[in-house]
Design a protein around this ligand. Structure first.
Ligand code: FE2
Length: 415
């Protein structure tokens, strides 16, 4: 009964709640893209001290836009922090492009945390956050309610909504994609039709959850114009008793992704694996697409089944959430991040090329099952990715990454 049914701002609400609007798009956005949420809360959000600058050593878009390295690059899993570090303290920006001031561009961040955000909330006025846990489950306390998200799931928190991240265990690590322009939406399915890939019914928004709690010195960290600022509250900001609207956070379990693929020969484009994406210009030229390489069957015949050699217009940023088939001591391990700049040539490891070519036809054509616990993803962008100074010289950057692929052999036989 807390939610007014016939209007948004009655003079008196049930329980004496304050109505508050959060608009996520310009007011004149067409209905399909227009996003807003009405909150019915105990105290208005406007009850806080003025913001003061709160610089962060590594959560910063200090890349040089003109500096784009065409070399392949890789980073080991981000190490666990030694000092007590919450989700916001534990963010380090790998790189990005563009600017929230122009509503165009993105950033890629890594996070590693060992404590929950206590008496602290965060909101990002610059863009939507796509959170991809690799290790450790998170409980996202959002203004609209509570969402649990763990490895194998993703969460989207739209711009402006307050968030406190609680750790289910003593450590959490993962990736964050931040899209400055249009919000994430489901990709068109094209010839696939109305079924398969990611289905709207599998995206879970939270139910309203609130606490009426006086907390002197509660910190509110806000990101605006790629700078962090902090204000103080005297209460928990998670006091929204009811809400309605579509500017909401949500979680998606990647196990619900139903892959489509070629069922006779050759490969589909990786676009068939896109779960969700933030569009930019013309169709398909996106700020940030999240593609997931799901457990699936590969039945293709007389086909070079590993990913073929390619050079792509998009920049690819790959991450490994888990994969039980990985060879210990090899270049790929859970938590590894690797970057392929636009048009930089790449393929699979040289030894993978050789082993696939060595197979008999019968062995190479046998349907193969990519195991359930294998979870690799790719963030794709049409923009060039510039690395931050932190990412360039980070201790966990893998030296000589362009060489890990090995030396490719010739198999040419002159006629
Ligand atoms: Fe690639």
């Amino acid at each position: 009964g807390a939610l007014p049914r016939h209007q948004n701002t009655p003079r008196k609400t049930t329980y004496g709640l304050h109505p508050e609007l959060v608009s996520g798009t310009g007011f004149m956005a067409d209905r399909h893209h227009n996003r807003r949420v009405w909150l019915y809360r105990i105290r208005p959000s406007a009850s806080h001290t003025p913001f003061e600058p709160a610089p962060h050593p590594t959560f910063r878009a200090d890349w040089a836009p003109g500096e784009v390295d065409p070399n392949l690059a890789g980073w080991s899993a981000l190490p666990a922090p030694e000092a007590p570090t919450d989700f916001i303290d534990g963010i380090a920006t790998l790189g990005g492009q563009g600017s929230p001031a122009l509503r165009r561009g993105f950033a890629i961040h890594l996070y590693a945390a060992n404590r929950s955000m206590e008496r602290r909330a965060f909101y990002d006025a610059d863009g939507d956050l796509l959170i991809i846990p690799q290790d450790g489950s998170l409980t996202l306390q959002t203004e609209l309610g509570v969402l649990d998200v763990g490895p194998g799931q993703i969460a989207i928190v739209p711009r402006g909504l307050k968030l406190a991240v609680h750790l289910a265990s003593g450590f959490a690590r993962g990736w964050i994609g931040e899209a400055y322009g249009r919000s994430f939406e489901l990709p068109a399915r094209g010839v696939v039709g109305s079924n398969g890939t990611s289905d709207p019914r599998h995206f879970r928004a939270p139910r309203a959850w609130f606490e009426d709690r006086v907390v002197p010195g509660y910190r509110l960290t806000a990101k605006l114009g790629n700078a962090l600022h902090e204000a103080r509250l005297d209460h928990s900001p998670f006091d929204v008793v009811a809400w309605h609207g579509e500017h909401a956070p949500y979680v998606y379990d990647l196990a619900d992704f139903s892959p489509v693929g070629n069922t006779r020969f050759d490969h589909p484009d990786p676009s068939v694996h896109v779960v969700i994406g933030a569009p930019m210009d013309e169709a398909g030229a996106d700020t940030l697409d999240f593609g997931f390489f799901p457990p699936r069957w590969d039945p293709s015949e007389h086909t070079f089944r590993p990913p073929f050699f390619h050079r792509n217009a998009v920049t690819e940023l790959n991450g490994i959430i888990s994969d039980p088939s990985l060879r210990a001591g090899g270049p790929f391990a859970p938590g590894v991040t690797f970057l392929t700049p636009s048009m930089t040539a790449h393929g699979v490891l040289a030894r993978a090329v050789e082993s696939h070519l060595r197979k008999t036809d019968a062995a190479a054509d046998r349907p193969a099952r990519i195991p359930d616990a294998s979870a690799w993803f790719q963030l794709e962008t049409m923009l060039p990715l510039s690395l931050t100074p932190w990412a360039r010289s980070a201790a966990h950057r893998i030296d000589g990454w362009p060489h890990v692929w090995g030396a490719y052999r010739e198999h040419f036989e002159a006629p």
